[in-house]
Every structure is written in structure tokens, then in C-alpha cells.
Ligand binder design. Structure first.
Ligand code: PXP
Length: 246
């Protein structure tokens, strides 16, 4: 059975929109776990635009499945990871202006910094994954730097327009997955996966884990909206004890 890591960054994005206390990603992680998530994935960005340090430490204490920390190979973030000891660390590229992670990590061009981060994380007993494009050179380089796993970025697949382009991207992922498993790397995939495009991905041989965020949090907002409004109407009509003031 392929593991589902639920990325809850967007829950923190909503909270940070008001610098408020809700919605708390810790609560979202508990509910995602009740729903069957096999792991919780969060990205601690250098600019702290969504997930905060406090979330990382609280999630480490409360996630009972697997905590996957997505991170850039910056010294400050590596130091936090070494303290928190997530079950898994996924190294990603990070640019300040980007809306989300764009493209995979260029392991070939950043061999020295990636090797340093992988060694430190592995030394702390953390399972290390590298978020890369499905390219043979990047797979080889990931193996060379000693990663346990690679996560193929599926953005090119999820953004492909037309049957031919889609088939081409799927084939690229299939070939890259076979290459990676053949040299002993665990294979994960993620980015842009949703309720309509996930099925061909789960059929690729060797895939062990998917990390999905945007589509799940988007659906959660919509499937929860009706109930949230109904409950507000109810509170407006009733004397509802406020537990914060009790
Ligand atoms: N995997 C990685 C490495 C990511 O950076 C992200 C986005 O934070 C995801 C998976 C999840 O992507 P999405 O939010 O598009 O499902």
C-alpha cells in the first residue's frame, strides 16, 4: 500500500493571513491522521511564510505516524531539523519569490551543499529524501550523495496539456522510478496531484509514498464550508458557552 503524506502547509497559510491562532496545523494533522493519512508533511521555509518553528516542534510531539519535514539545505534549517528529528527530511530547492516549490533540486549543481546536509541529517538518524526532476542524471547524483529516497516532482505531469504530453510525462516518471528502484532508492512522488490525476501515478511500479497538499486542503475547505456556516448560524441563535471564557 502506498503511503499518503498529507501536506498541511496551506492550513498554516490561512492562519498566517491573520497572524492568528486558527486554524492550527496541529489540529489539522490530528484530523488528517484520523482520516487515514500515513504521514504529515510540512515545509519550514526560510521566510516562515506558513509553517512556524512552533508548529514543527509541536507536530514532532503529536504526529503519531511519520513526520516529513521539507526543507532547503540552509544551515539554519538543517540545525532545526537536527533538533526536531523528523522521521523524514525532504530536501527541496527554495526561492523567495516563488508561490510554491518550483521544479526539483539540482543535485548535480549543488553536490557539495546537498552532500553536507544529507550527511548531517543521516547522522541524526533521519531518513533523507531529495525532491528531484525525473531525470537520470539527478537520480544518479541522488544515489551518489547517499540519499535514502527521492521524491519525483510531478508538476510537469500534473500541468501537462493534452493526452500526448500527459503520456510522455507519465512515461518519464515510470522510467525514472524503475531507474531509482534499480539502484536501491526508495521512490516518492508529489506536487500538483489531485483527485483526478492521482490514479495513473499510484499504478507506477515502485512508488512507496505520495505527498499531497493543495488539493486535499482545498477540498477540506469546501466540504467543511456548509457545516461551518450552519454551526455559525446555530451559535448566533443560541446561548453557546464560550470555552475560552468559561
Ligand atoms: N512535495 C513537495 C516536495 C512539495 O514541495 C510540495 C508542495 O509543498 C508537495 C509535495 C505537495 O504539493 P501540492 O501542494 O501541489 O500537493
Amino acid at each position: 500500500m502506498i503511503r499518503l503524506g498529507v501536506n498541511i502547509d496551506h492550513v498554516a497559510t490561512v492562519r498566517q493571513a491573520r497572524r492568528a491562532h486558527e486554524p492550527d496545523p496541529v489540529a489539522a494533522a490530528i484530523l488528517a491522521t484520523l482520516g487515514g493519512a500515513d504521514g504529515i508533511t510540512i515545509h519550514l521555509r526560510e521566510d516562515r511564510r506558513h509553517i512556524q518553528d512552533r508548529d514543527v516542534f509541536l507536530l514532532r510531539d503529536t504526529v503519531t505516524t511519520r513526520l516529513n519535514l521539507e526543507m532547503a539545505a540552509y544551515d539554519e534549517i538543517v540545525a532545526i531539523a537536527l533538533k526536531v528529528k523528523p522521521d523524514e527530511a525532504t530536501l527541496v530547492p527554495e526561492k523567495r519569490q516563488e508561490l510554491t516549490t518550483e521544479g526539483g533540486l539540482d543535485v548535480i549543481a549543488n553536490m557539495a551543499s546537498v552532500t553536507g546536509a544529507v550527511e548531517q541529517l543521516k547522522g541524526a538518524g533521519i531518513h533523507v529524501s531529495l525532491f528531484i526532476d525525473p531525470e537520470p542524471g539527478q537520480v544518479e547524483a541522488s544515489h551518489k550523495v547517499g540519499a535514502h529516497a527521492i521524491e519525483f516532482q510531478t508538476a510537469s505531469y500534473s500541468e501537462a496539456k493534452g493526452e500526448a504530453a500527459l503520456a510522455r510525462e507519465l512515461e518519464k516518471l515510470r522510467t525514472a522510478a524503475a531507474h531509482a528502484t534499480g539502484i536501491g532508492l526508495h521512490v516518492h512522488m508529489g506536487h500538483g496531484l489531485n483527485y483526478w490525476n492521482v490514479q495513473p501515478i499510484v499504478r507506477i511500479a515502485g512508488v512507496e509514498e505520495l505527498n499531497i497538499g493543495h488539493s486535499i486542503v482545498s477540498r477540506a475547505v469546501l466540504v467543511g464550508m456548509e457545516r461551518a456556516v450552519r454551526e455559525m448560524k446555530q451559535v448566533m441563535q443560541e446561548h453557546y458557552p464560550n470555552p475560552r471564557r468559561a
